[in-house]
Design a protein around this ligand. Sequence first.
Ligand code: ZN
Ligand code: MN
Length: 482
Amino acid sequence: MTEYEAVIGLEVHAQIHTAAKMFCACPVLEDTGDLIPNISICPICTAQPGALPTINRRAVELALMTGLALNCTIPPFNRFARKSYFYPDLPKGYQISQYALPMAVDGGLEIETGQGRRRIGIRDVHLEEDTGKLAHVDGASLVDFNRAGVPLIEVVSQPDLRSAEEVVAYATHLRLIFVYLGINSGDMEKGVMRFEASVSVRPRGSDALNPRHEIKNLNSFRALARAVAYEIAWQTEVLERGGTVAQQTMGWDERTGRTTVQRSKEHAHDYRYFPEPDLPSLEVSREWVVQLARRLPELPAARRARFMAAYRLPSYDADVLVADKAAADTYERVLAHAPADPKIVANWVTGILFRLAKEAGRPVDALPVAPAALADVIAWVERGTITLATGREVLAEMVATGQSAAQIVAARGLAQMSDVESLRQVVEQVVAEHPAQAAEYLAGKQTVRDWLMGQVMRATRGRADPQMVRALLAEALESRHG
Ligand code: ZN
Ligand code: MN
């Protein structure tokens, strides 16, 4: 039986959170879901007759840097183009995009998959503007132009992806690069990234490119993975039955878990692309490219490799840290105070700190915990000044109150009880309060000892050194025997 393989290309749109929109001075407002409509608009982004666009230099720089980060070639000049189509949230009746002469071309991005490392080709990186938004209320359609003209970077891959798993690995890596470049927050729920996948299926080993289904407007990794997997399965079944797949534009229905036909046969010429006459072509000097390359931050793949080499972190820890830029930054700031072994510090950051950040609904680096303070807490636990449980409590208290670690430890008397005499008193009191359990222990029931230990730890609010408690408890119980 013929084996089939999928051929998948991905177009990724990422909002650029510049101060101003792409072609006017209106501020880019973050989509918080409750913004008042049409408060960031002007004659340019609402397409009043005679209004002329100007190019946002910062958006161009970020698009060029994205090209460099994706190992692309930067052509010496690029040009904006009109992409004509009618939609009520597109006030000009066309979108200013780029077509024949994009910002960057011919790059590649390495992804890690279950089958190892693969390089996915990048066809081009270009700049364009976002559309407005429609809302359908009580039989009326309302339009909000706050988003109209927000700069978008579009990254177009070659059809090199072969599975839903690879598609997600690629999109995830791309998202991280955007975050590291400071293009946007990476917050998918705020719609800062959107995907379009074109999927076709062919006999394995063939190099034919069959007509493809383009799945529009996928707004989450989950939707992306499900829609691609659905299309691969559906098209494979059609081919196995001897059928053919027609080139079509599909929509994804989250509820039914199926794609549905939106339009048939859509081609580039349908958009009547032509050079934007209101904007000059952009010259990109070699000096500018060199300057931008120097300004590139350390990218996720390089940082991951460095974390593994310099800090001897297992790949899992390196992945988890690098995937959250704020956490990786915090991690390195804590390490700068050298409180402990890098792996132990990684455990603190990816363990309790992640949990506290999640509970607070804030990024790790926005918690009121100074890296030096976290380093102190870790060092105290490592030195045995406080127990691990107390260390975690102190950290939670710091997040809740904004107080320093030293203040909390002093105010609550949390330093570990390592004074033998006071600890002996607590142990003896616990044994005296539980004569039945003490007798059971002496009759040979070892598990009761752990229960009694728990009582002591509770009485000392976790401050006691467990080893010392174990010894004192044995002593106290044996002395009863004697
Ligand atoms: Zn405007
Ligand atoms: Mn586009």
